[in-house]
Write a protein that binds this ligand. Structure first.
Ligand SMILES: C[C@@](CO)(OP(=O)(O)O)[C@H](O)COP(=O)(O)OP(=O)(O)OC[C@H]1O[C@@H](n2ccc(N)nc2=O)[C@H](O)[C@@H]1O
Ligand SMILES: Nc1ncnc2c1ncn2[C@@H]1O[C@H](COP(=O)(O)OP(=O)(O)O)[C@@H](O)[C@H]1O
Length: 309
């Protein structure tokens, strides 16, 4: 029995402008997504039967929040169903069954795309084990069907997201820096945040090709915003407390909410400075992580994270 594994890294929206709205109600975005060292892990074991069924077991810090859900709704299982449909019933009958163990270390429904990262990691793993060679464009289209954030999670590289998230272009080259993530333990519903926001639009940002220093990146990011932050704070007032605590942390250069919340991030001069500041932000029930950004598609990143019980 062979075993493969993939890391599913947290996606952080350094800024998020809502630039318009499609006829189907989806919002048009301009956002800069980066990936932090914080991650879930998927481990896949190949079974002996055929039919392409995907079994799922969930463990890890945030497993209890997901195990209550029916596993059939899990984005990992849905990624399997989508690939089976893509190859058709005859092709699917030839695919080996697999069992996936998800180690859930990212808070659920928290604006850092943990579910999307898991879905993307499952697509990568299943294509490998089922020897599916899907061209880039149809692969991205399949990913978009699982969620607006799934395409950017396929490569786990910093990217500018436009459209509803499926139009990806490279991010400016990022400077050395450290990041802290804080989640107050309350999940926030993405559709509800979009519904609650004030119906105004922000123009797309003007970005340079690179940010040689953190000071230059912070200067530009300070001129941008997360258009979902006010709505998320109204729905979950503890986000405001998290932002205040992050801004007061030693060495914090910028603090903002990611995605539709509730997780907030802060930027520091280095991963070591971010980790040194962890003690100043820990509160009961808060998940705090500090470390580096992924700088090579999700490989070789370090960080320290925990929930204070
Ligand atoms: C807001 C963002 C920013 O990166 O991040 P998260 O907060 O989810 O991490 C994403 O656009 C979220 O993407 P994702 O979580 O995949 O959302 P989906 O499942 O596709 O959509 C959930 C619901 O949110 C609303 N939605 C989502 C994306 C979008 N561009 N416009 C929307 O209006 C729709 O009501 C949709 O039914
Ligand atoms: N593997 C998964 N991990 C997390 N959430 C999942 C997963 N599969 C399905 N979901 C569902 O997807 C929703 C969004 O989850 P997530 O990606 O963690 O949040 P967000 O989109 O706010 O970043 C959750 O409400 C959850 O029930």
């Amino acid at each position: 029995m062979s075993s493969l594994h993939e890391m599913a890294h947290a996606k952080i929206n350094l800024y998020l402008h809502v630039t318009g709205r499609r006829d189907d109600g989806y919002h048009l975005l301009d956002s800069l997504a980066v990936f932090a060292g914080a991650a879930d892990e998927l481990r896949l074991h190949q079974g002996s039967r055929r039919g392409g069924q995907v079994g799922l077991r969930i463990e890890g810090t945030f497993a209890p929040g997901l195990q209550a859900d029916d596993c059939a709704d899990n984005l990992i299982v849905r990624a399997g169903a989508l690939l089976r449909a893509h190859v058709g019933p005859d092709g699917a009958a030839q695919l080996p069954d697999v069992d996936i163990v998800l180690r859930k270390e990212l808070p659920v429904a928290s604006g850092i795309g943990g579910g999307s990262a898991d879905a993307a990691a499952a697509l990568r793993l299943l294509c490998k084990v089922w020897a599916l060679d899907i061209a880039r464009a149809p692969f991205m289209e399949l990913a978009t069907r699982l969620g607006a954030d799934v395409p950017v999670c396929l490569d786990q590289r910093a990217a500018r997201m436009e459209g509803i998230g499926e139009e990806l272009t490279p991010a400016p080259a990022l400077p050395p820096c450290g990041m802290m993530l804080v989640n107050c333990g309350q999940s926030v519903s993405t559709p509800q945040v979009f519904r609650t926001r004030a119906p105004v639009f922000t123009p797309r940002a003007i970005l340079p090709p690179q940010w040689p220093t953190l000071a230059e990146m912070v200067r530009d990011l300070a001129a941008q915003r997360n258009d979902l932050q006010d709505a998320a704070c109204a729905l979950c007032p503890e986000i405001t407390t998290v932002l205040d605590v992050l801004r007061a942390a030693p060495g914090c250069r910028l603090a903002r909410m990611s995605g539709s919340g509730a997780t907030c991030f802060a930027l520091f001069d280095s991963p070591a400075v971010a980790q040194a500041a962890q003690g100043a932000v820990r509160r009961e029930g808060w998940w705090v992580w500090a470390g580096d950004l992924c700088r090579s598609g999700g490989r070789a990143v370090q960080g320290i994270g925990a929930v204070l019980a």
